[in-house]
Design a protein around this ligand. Structure first.
Ligand SMILES: *[C@@H]1O[C@H](CO)[C@@H](O)[C@H](O)[C@H]1NC(C)=O
Ligand SMILES: *[C@@H]1O[C@H](CO)[C@@H](O)[C@H](O)[C@H]1NC(C)=O
Ligand SMILES: *[C@@H]1O[C@H](CO)[C@@H](O)[C@H](O)[C@H]1NC(C)=O
Length: 362
């Protein structure tokens, strides 16, 4: 790929930013994951009812026979009440942010160690035995997605949980597969929204120069799950990944804000849609949590975190506020396997770090 190809990628991102001004915040006191005493590294969302705290809610007083409702039923009722009691510029939604199960790129990063992975191996499509470009799920990753499936089914049966009103998924293969294994063939309550996700470009992983962040074509995505919806304007080829520059956290947060604005305030999610599933990635979920003002909470592969979000829209609907964008950065890397992978990227003495792609982008 030519260096001149960087500019359209950046412009492409800017062009998609036409957000209104929205202030997001996380309502705490509902989930264990919001509490500083909860350790993300040992937390198992399936062991404790998704983390929903056992408590009463102000809205309980509107229910007769409170004890006949489960915690999740009362929580859903509480969220509905929050929406009912707030002005039209304010919306509450519960986001179920799910990280994909283990992909071949995750396994390879563990195998090579993160420094060597970042500075050489991740720039390749794979090695002679494994492919990790737009990685698929490993068998362990499929098991993690099926664990989420089993857990949702148990929540539906035991807790009569309100299942998502809308489903969004990143276009990378590992997230498409994860959403499929998690939500296909769930036995849903009669009134529930059927699983028919919308594939959304802006929920993809942070766009580094790694080939695992390079998505495949729209045709490939469509052929993998022909029934699923792909958002309007989704390009045939990946126009954001270029293999030379990568999104910074600041640039990613701008993108995540745009994605959330679309979920909250466009016709993709109706106002009545209070529970939203988003199947995405570790880095992207971290970015979303930053935008939501949630404390940092890293998810293991296949894990899900629910967050009660308050969104407050400023200004009139029809007035878009111009968003600032942040520049991307080049990522120097080695052209040969690094000499050490212990703590830093050290190229062999004959080779200095370069910023040109190791492979030819198509
Ligand atoms: C809430 O109570 C139930 C039943 O007593 C228990 O199984 C569950 O783990 C509790 N949830 C939390 C988050 O403590
Ligand atoms: C390729 O990478 C995988 C890790 O994902 C590793 O198990 C395998 O041994 C590597 N193959 C070669 C030939 O080094
Ligand atoms: C989608 O999930 C179903 C149910 O688990 C499974 O049978 C099917 O193979 C999956 N499809 C793909 C393309 O992964």
């Amino acid at each position: 790929m030519r260096l001149s190809a960087i500019t359209p990628a950046i412009l492409g991102l800017v062009a998609s930013v036409n957000s209104y001004s929205v202030t997001y915040s996380t309502e705490t006191g509902y989930f264990l994951q919001d509490e500083s005493s909860t350790d993300p590294s040992t937390f198992d969302y399936t062991a404790v009812n998704f983390g929903l705290i056992n408590r009463t809610y102000p809205a309980d007083r509107h229910l007769k026979h409170t004890h006949e409702y489960t915690q999740w039923e009362r929580f859903y009722h509480q969220v509905q009440r929050l929406n009912k009691d707030s002005p039209s510029s304010v919306e509450y939604k519960v986001l179920f942010l799910g990280r994909h199960g283990e992909g071949y790129h995750n396994a390879a990063e563990s195998y090579y160690g993160t420094p060597a992975w970042n500075c050489y191996w991740a720039e390749l499509d794979g090695n002679s035995t494994t492919t990790w470009k737009d990685a698929t799920l490993t068998p362990a990753g499929i098991t993690q997605a099926l664990k989420a499936h089993t857990f949702w089914q148990k929540q539906i049966t035991d807790q009569r949980i309100h299942t998502p009103d809308a489903y969004f998924v990143s276009p990378l293969t590992r997230t498409l597969q994860t959403a499929n294994y998690t939500f296909t063939d769930l036995s849903l309550p009669a009134h529930a929204t059927k699983f028919n996700p919308l594939i959304k470009e802006l929920f993809r992983e942070g766009i580094s120069i790694h080939t695992c962040d390079h998505r495949r074509s729209k045709t490939y995505v469509h052929n993998l799950f022909p029934e699923w919806r792909i958002e309007k304007g989704f390009s045939e080829e990946d126009e954001l990944w270029n293999g030379v520059t990568g999104e910074t956290s600041a640039a990613q947060d701008v993108r995540s804000t745009t994605a959330l604005n679309e979920v909250f305030f466009t016709d993709e999610a109706k106002k009545a849609d209070a529970f939203i599933s988003i199947t995405s990635h570790s880095g992207e979920i971290s970015s979303i949590l930053r935008v939501l003002g949630h404390r940092s909470f890293s998810l293991s592969t296949g894990a899900v975190i629910p967050v009660l979000v308050k969104a407050e829209k400023k200004g009139r609907d029809s007035v878009p506020v111009s968003s600032t964008s942040a520049a991307w950065e080049v990522s120097p890397h080695c052209t040969e396997p690094p000499v050490t992978s212990v703590s830093a990227c050290v190229c062999p003495s004959s080779a200095v770090p370069v910023t040109t792609p190791l492979i030819t982008a198509i």
